[in-house]
Design a protein around this ligand. Structure first.
Ligand SMILES: Nc1ncnc2c1ncn2[C@@H]1O[C@H](COP(=O)(O)OP(=O)(O)OP(=O)(O)O)[C@@H](O)[C@H]1O
Length: 593
């Protein structure tokens, strides 16, 4: 029975936030902190006893040497106590910051392994709120929460036996109200837990709205919808205030409720204890010492409520972190190696089907495509025909579940995703840039590489050099958030330079020249062909003249490959490609070969 109980206790402990976040990794720090805390609380027992002795001496024979001795003892005890307090603060509170750091890094690393599907489920603002607010709540639980809890527990263990020893009768009267404490804590705790979750969820919504409005500020202004955006944010924010106020009620009830019970105890003590001193049942020193101990209990009484609230908040936040951490990464073969393998660049899609969600429509329907190393391949087709989806499978931004994709004869699902991505220069449709120096944005992810000539060479290759040189600080100029201080075409060219910087074996360009003029497009494609000979190039484009000399042109329609061949072959076929080309010919007034 006892063994079963101990086992259950052990399981509970190992599941607790304190063990998982703090003790498991920083056991030594926990032990040092706990020892110094115990020492402080043990030393704490003595000052009231010393005071009792001194008062009793004063009301007795007034032995001055004895009094001086006790004063010396008192000073020594308080000094030692201060030193130990310093140690536990460092070991508990300091370590709680390390725990928060560890958890945040683990959270971030986990998010990095997730696929698009995950990011559709969790909004950016929500993830931000989990990585900041929730992490902070967890730190407060395993730092101050743990400290206060342990401290209070020690007080509850140490002080009652002493007051019983001082006067059992007086203890009985004073402690009559004590059992009320855990009962009230339990009742209020549940309410706090429920409301804290609701506050955190609302905070996520507010964060997401703010993020969305700021990143879409250009659209908001150009569509003149600032007022609607403001109203939407106000509604969310007001709701957040209301939820916080609702949470504040049980939280603020907790402390006063405990204090009230404790002060009732003190009043009873003064009435009954005073009478006992007058009747000679106890000495004045005993009453003073007794009162000191009861006052010392006020702190743990209040602290229990605070500790419970911190632990509850921490637990609620941990649940939110666990929810994300339990999301299985779609890609599990990640390595931390910095080596780069070289791929030849043969690619094969074998009977590939893809759907974004189960039960959803199929976006790719039985794709069979072989690309030989060094070929230049263009993928064209109507809007929404699945071109981006198909290309996203190669660097495993999306995972292939039905069918197989091979690179150099290897199934990409069996390849280390880090190494795979290092061999692919991927230029996405949306030019996303971080706010950093232009030189760093070009050498992105290649820290440690020498800048200078390589950066200039890449900028030249994408026809960006002259424009960068016109900037006041040239390559040292900082990009605004998401590159707001660049034009659409400049952003696209910079992302191409960034992809080429890794000297990839396979270059994938997803409609990333749409904001570049025709001459610029020819210039860049020509440069890629000459500077990266023998590399496989796959490009998605809606501008057909630019790809007339490509080795293979693949035409997609409704998730299927409907035509494949060279420009001349496809024109001769007089099918889908020929129709698209004629349409473009009309639009741009170009001549068909
Ligand atoms: N993340 C997503 N979740 C759900 N459906 C998606 C997602 N991304 C794309 N789709 C759907 O998949 C289909 C193919 O989209 P995809 O972007 O691959 O087409 P595309 O041929 O590249 O289009 P475009 O020429 O406009 O870039 C579309 O119907 C689109 O709505």
């Amino acid at each position: 029975m006892l063994i079963r109980f101990m086992k259950k206790l052990k399981t509970l402990w190992q599941r607790s936030i304190v063990y998982r976040v703090f003790v498991k990794k920083y056991r030594r720090y926990f032990i040092i902190g706990a020892i110094s805390l115990i020492t402080v609380d043990i030393i704490n027992i003595f000052p009231p006893l010393i005071i009792k002795k001194t008062i009793d001496m004063l009301s007795g024979d007034s032995n001055m040497r004895g009094i001086a001795y006790y004063i010396g003892l008192f000073l020594l005890a308080t000094f030692f106590q201060g030193a130990c307090r310093y140690v536990w603060r460092i070991y508990f509170i300091g370590t709680s910051f390390r725990c928060e750091h560890d958890l945040r890094m683990a959270f971030f690393k986990h998010i990095e392994t997730q696929s698009q599907r995950f990011f559709q489920k969790y909004k950016t603002g929500d993830l931000m709120s989990r990585a900041t607010n929730d992490m902070n709540a967890i730190r407060m639980a395993v730092g101050p929460g743990l400290l206060i809890g342990l401290d209070a527990l020690l007080y509850f263990i140490v002080i009652p036996p002493i007051i019983i020893w001082l006067s059992p009768k007086l203890s009985l009267f004073t402690c009559i109200l004590m059992p009320l404490t855990p009962f009230i804590a339990y009742k209020i705790r549940n309410v706090i837990d429920r409301q804290f979750c609701s506050v955190q969820e609302q905070f996520s919504r507010v964060s997401e709205k703010v993020r969305e409005s700021i990143s879409g500020i250009r659209v908001v202004k150009s569509f003149n919808i600032s007022q609607q955006e403001e109203a939407a944010l106000r509604e969310l924010s007001e709701d957040f205030v209301k939820k916080n106020l609702k949470l504040a009620i049980p939280q603020s009830l907790l402390g006063p409720a405990f204090e009230y019970i404790t002060y009732l105890g003190i009043i009873m003590l003064l009435c009954i204890g005073g009478r006992m001193v007058i009747q000679g049942d106890i000495t004045l020193g005993t009453l003073v010492a007794f009162q000191s101990y009861i006052s010392m209990m006020i702190w743990p009484m209040t602290a229990v409520g605070w500790c419970v609230s911190l632990l509850q908040r921490g637990n609620a936040s941990m649940k939110r972190i666990d929810e994300v951490m339990e999301e299985k990464p779609e890609i599990d073969k990640h390595s931390v190696t910095s080596k780069k393998v070289t791929l030849k660049g043969d690619i094969e899609f074998r009977d590939v089907h893809f759907q974004y969600y189960k039960q959803d429509k199929w976006i790719l329907k039985g794709i069979h495509l072989k690309i030989r190393a060094g070929q230049r391949v263009a993928i064209v087709g109507s809007i929404g025909s699945g071109k981006t989806t198909l290309l996203s499978l190669l660097p495993r931004i999306l995972s292939v579940k039905d069918g197989t994709v091979f690179i150099d004869g290897m199934d990409i699902n069996a390849m280390d995703v880090t190494l795979l991505r290092r061999c692919i220069g991927f230029v996405p449709q949306e030019a996303f840039l971080f706010s950093e120096r232009i030189a760093d944005a070009i050498l992105f992810g290649n820290a440690g590489e020498e800048t200078g000539e390589k950066v200039r060479e890449l900028a030249r290759m994408v026809k960006l050099e002259a424009e960068i040189q016109k900037l006041p600080e040239q390559y040292e100029s900082y990009l605004g958030e998401r590159g707001v201080n660049l034009s659409g075409g400049q952003k696209q060219r910079l992302t191409i330079a960034r992809a080429l910087a890794v000297n990839p074996d396979i270059i994938i360009m997803d409609d990333c020249l749409s904001a570049v003029d025709v001459q610029g497009e020819h210039f860049i494609l020509h440069n890629i062909a000459t500077k990266f000979p023998g590399k496989t190039l796959i490009i998605v484009t809606h501008r057909l003249p630019a790809i007339r000399d490509f080795d293979v042109i693949v035409v997609m329609k409704e998730g299927m490959i409907v035509e494949k061949g060279t420009h001349a072959e496809l024109i001769k076929m007089n099918g889908e490609y020929s129709a698209l080309y004629r349409k473009e010919e009309l639009e741009e007034g170009i001549e068909i070969l």
